[in-house]
Design a protein around this ligand. Sequence first.
Ligand SMILES: NC(=O)c1ccc[n+]([C@@H]2O[C@H](COP(=O)([O-])OP(=O)(O)OC[C@H]3O[C@@H](n4cnc5c(N)ncnc54)[C@H](O)[C@@H]3O)[C@@H](O)[C@H]2O)c1
Ligand SMILES: [Zn+2]
Ligand SMILES: [Zn+2]
Length: 390
Amino acid sequence: MRALTWHGKRDVRVDTHPDPRIEEPTDAIISVTSSGVCGSDLHLYEVLSPFLDEGDILGHEPMGVVEEVGSEVTNLQPGDRVVIPFNISCGHCHPCSTGLQSQCDTTRTDGMGAALFGYTKLYGQVPGGQAEFLRVPQAQYGPIKVPQGPPDDRFVYLSDVLPTAWQGVRYADVHAGDTLVVLGLGPIGDMSCRVAQLEETRVIGVDLVPERLERARRRGVEVIDSSREDVVERVMELTGGRGADAVIDAVGMEAHGAPVGKLAQTLAGLLPDAVAAKVQEQAGIDRLSALHLAVELARRGGTISLLGVYGGNADPMPMLTMFDKQLQVRMGQANVRRWTDDILPLLLDDEDRLGVDEFATHRVALDDAPDAYAAFQEKRDGTVKVLIQP
Ligand SMILES: NC(=O)c1ccc[n+]([C@@H]2O[C@H](COP(=O)([O-])OP(=O)(O)OC[C@H]3O[C@@H](n4cnc5c(N)ncnc54)[C@H](O)[C@@H]3O)[C@@H](O)[C@H]2O)c1
Ligand SMILES: [Zn+2]
Ligand SMILES: [Zn+2]
């Protein structure tokens, strides 16, 4: 089969690999019809490269058609249409049964959370779904069956974007009338705004890419361009000096405006992989400007809901301010299966309140995926969400 393959920093190619086979009785094989490219893939594309090996297949937002199932997979049949959650979870361990599927004990490796598709040695090095075919472990639980009929766009975001945004808003704990600030208006921040609007929350979005700001503005989000305006000043003005009830950080480790973090990432990139991986795990290599901004923007007693991925263990945090302001901070990978049953009815409704049908800005064939990665990273050509259609 053909698959999007990592070769090195900013170097992904479409290569031929052996077709995946059933290896465990709980596996399924699917043929992939659509597969999203995520902001998390951009971390692999560049900053997290010490954790990848040449030949790794990327992608964790796939959907497709079941081709074959192992003997213990009784809930699926060949021909079923399924979306595959990005975290691989068993459904029966303690974390899974308490709604913490991203901490699944059955698939965790080396002191980290649940295995993830296409996400490096840190998360089990499981081949990803930007490929023609995918082996799906724990298929007796993970895959979400969706009806035939509507286009893939209607359902594909159940793998990651929708449950991540949903969890972000739940963790932000906003209620009707509250003010929520969303930092970053990539796919995750944009969808977080849409989910929050369902609750009649006032939503203020912050980014510095004009098309992304405009996209959110068209859907009724008040926007702040952080490259032109003082974000703290604007938010204080808009909230009568109090600050936001909650802030979602949908930016993560590669934030703009963080010279020290950028230098650390650049230096780590110059080290041999084995050393760089250790440095990245142990040291503070993140660009923390978005997270520090969230601390400033939240009102006293407010909540920070952290969706953006960070990777250093020694990142300096403003503990005095966080403690004194009595902030609540919640974070983590999305527990995909925890939320999908809540979200699915909204997708089956023709009203499309979340705007998923028009969410993708680009649809590309697998062969064009390497160019799409570059455009997404550089935020050019209006690229916000790319769907690869193998
Ligand atoms: N928690 C989870 O389960 C989960 C799931 C998916 C993605 N993520 C993470 O969410 C983050 C966003 O993902 P995405 O797909 O939207 O990526 P993205 O890279 O397209 O979006 C990030 C956005 O942040 C903006 N930005 C950069 N610096 C900023 C700053 N200082 N202030 C305000 N905006 C700034 C960028 O212009 C960009 O539009 C990534 O870190 C990704 O890894 C987490
Ligand atoms: Zn993703
Ligand atoms: Zn489990």
